[in-house]
Design a binder for this molecule. Structure first.
Ligand SMILES: Cc1cc2nc3c(=O)[nH]c(=O)nc-3n(C[C@H](O)[C@H](O)[C@H](O)COP(=O)(O)OP(=O)(O)OC[C@H]3O[C@@H](n4cnc5c(N)ncnc54)[C@H](O)[C@@H]3O)c2cc1C
Ligand SMILES: NC(=O)c1ccc[n+]([C@@H]2O[C@H](COP(=O)([O-])OP(=O)(O)OC[C@H]3O[C@@H](n4cnc5c(N)ncnc54)[C@H](OP(=O)(O)O)[C@@H]3O)[C@@H](O)[C@H]2O)c1
Length: 450
């Protein structure tokens, strides 16, 4: 290993940040990874469905290996942002020569329709964080009723339906799609986790109801139905009597409540489809239907958090339209559209650049490309001596000591994994996770035990 010449910060330790950090370290950059959560992993830890033990364990092993790299230091339990423990400006003043922002998409997307503030309306992100035990959502209580409408028909909808069907065992789940059965975004393998609860007769009626609209834009209703039904071959065993059904060509317009402000009805507008090039768009028909549900969960994707301090457009941090350091034709450089200039030294990758886009593999590739763009930029900067590098890192550690909470390192996380592994063994369960930051910090000796 050569001596590091540049000092960079990676903000966010999801797949994009961790694989980006690995790329930088392999290119002899000294990297400090700063992460909001105690655990690294982002949605690989707190998004991927809990029962995907092997996938999650495999990713954790890769993340451990990355964080063991001698040029990478991990600091978790540390929020970066305008109101955070450190701002992006602070990181610059502390001497970081470049910053890779990989904070994911932490904001929620809503439709802005009346009734979204009623009791029983939730965003999928918080449910997913809850069942994956991310503090503080792990301890939130969600008042899930018996009849649940899920807005959106992607893989997140399937994950939430899986939880409702297999854990909460509600009576009915209705997946509401603004377009038709040919435009569902979930994969067959994911749908197999809930296919046993599909009301097949209802699907046939629903596809017959929308068949003419589908044909009008050149779609084949039978092929769309066959795709959905093909998941039955691999269906997970049925564990509840929940009825799962679809409602296609329907855009939510209003959520109505009862006298206790609890969701009572989801009003939807019926749509037709209009062909636009290779794809379709929904168009409202001004006829409305009422779906009797007591819970509504938005599964329509996420957007970034403007609190980080970078300009936001279309739900994502803005990148330079004419990048100086493109990678495979893509811009990763943060951009200020008001000043019409690059935000010097700051690069964006993963779901922070493209919210809700793709799987872990996509985030890994994007994180590496963002890191490559940052590396090109770093090579235009002066190199640092080992003494200067150490002095800057010491100033950062001094800043941490001023915080009113402990910051965790990679060793702390390795220790936490070991404590939780032993606890899982003791309980005879495949996995155990502490649900609060306090419990995690106590378990690794960062807070005094009670
Ligand atoms: C419900 C769900 C299920 C999924 N299931 C799968 C699956 O089964 N298989 C698959 O391949 N992909 C799955 N994905 C997709 C996959 O999780 C994402 O592609 C990937 O995690 C995105 O990586 P990222 O690093 O860009 O963002 P994230 O994974 O969101 O990571 C962001 C990181 O930034 C940190 N952070 C946020 N804000 C700040 C801040 N202000 N300061 C410091 N740190 C901050 C967070 O703590 C987090 O560690 C799923 C996604 C969701 C939503
Ligand atoms: N198990 C897994 O492998 C897994 C699990 C979860 C997530 N993921 C991945 O994570 C990414 C994000 O998943 P996702 O399900 O959030 O996103 P997604 O696949 O893009 O699906 C979003 C759904 O929401 C709908 N939608 C979006 N905006 C809407 C609006 N304004 N009004 C009504 N409906 C709207 C979309 O409909 P339109 O098509 O009409 O826009 C679509 O049906 C995907 O890449 C997914 O594959 C993977």
């Amino acid at each position: 290993m050569k001596t590091a010449k540049y000092l960079a910060a990676v903000v966010g330790a999801g797949p994009a940040g961790l694989y980006g950090a690995e790329f930088l370290a392999q290119s002899d950059v000294r990297v400090v990874v700063l992460n909001r959560d105690i655990r690294p992993g982002g949605l690989a830890e707190y998004g991927i469905y809990p029962e995907k033990y092997r996938m999650k364990e495999g990713l954790r092993r890769q993340f451990c290996r990355i964080l063991e790299h001698p040029l990478i230091t991990y600091y978790g339990n540390l929020l970066v942002g305008r109101e955070g423990d450190l701002s992006l400006e602070d990181l610059r003043s502390l001497g970081f020569q470049g910053i890779l922002v990989t904070v994911g998409a932490q904001g929620t997307k809503w439709l802005g329709i009346p009734g979204e503030d009623l009791h029983g309306v939730y965003h999928a992100k918080y449910i997913v964080y809850h069942y994956n035990k991310l503090p503080p959502y792990s301890t939130w209580s969600f008042d899930i009723g018996r009849r649940v409408a899920l807005i959106g028909v992607g893989n997140v909808m399937v994950d939430v339906a899986r939880w409702l069907i297999r854990e909460k065992k509600v009576d009915e789940v209705i997946a509401v799609a603004r377009r038709g059965p040919a435009e569902v975004k979930f994969t067959r393998d994911e749908f197999a986790t809930i296919a046993a609860n599909l009301d097949v007769a209802d699907l046939e009626r629903e596809i017959a109801r929308v068949a003419n609209v589908m044909r009008s834009v050149g779609q084949d209703p039978e092929a769309a139905k066959a795709f959905i039904l093909s998941a039955l071959e691999r269906a997970y065993p049925k564990v509840s009597s929940t009825r799962f059904r679809f409602r296609f060509l329907s855009s939510p317009k209003r959520i109505l409540g009862d006298a206790h402000n609890r969701v009572r009805v989801l009003e939807v507008e019926n749509n037709t489809l209009v062909r636009v090039g290779e794809t379709t768009k929904p168009r409202g028909l001004r006829t409305f239907d009422m779906l009797e549900v007591d819970t509504v969960i938005y599964c329509i994707g996420d957007q970034v958090d403007p609190g980080l301090g970078l300009p936001v457009k279309w739900g994502a941090y803005v990148t330079h339209p004419h990048p100086r350091f493109p990678v495979e034709g893509t811009s990763y450089e943060a951009y200020d559209p008001e000043k019409e200039e690059a935000i010097e030294g700051i690069f964006v990758a993963g779901w922070a650049r493209q919210p809700s886009k793709g799987l872990v593999g996509t985030a890994r590739k994007d994180g590496r490309h963002g890191a490559q763009a940052l590396l090109h930029y770093l090579r235009t900067q002066s190199t640092l001596s080992p003494e200067e590098m150490e002095a800057r890192l010491n100033t950062l550690r001094a800043r941490f000591r001023e915080l009113d909470k402990p910051v965790v390192t990679e060793e702390d996380w390795f220790r936490l994994l070991e404590v939780e592994r032993r606890e899982a063994e003791r309980r005879g369960v495949p996995e155990f996770k502490f649900a609060t930051n306090e419990e995690m910090l106590r378990a690794i000796g960062k807070l005094p035990s009670r």
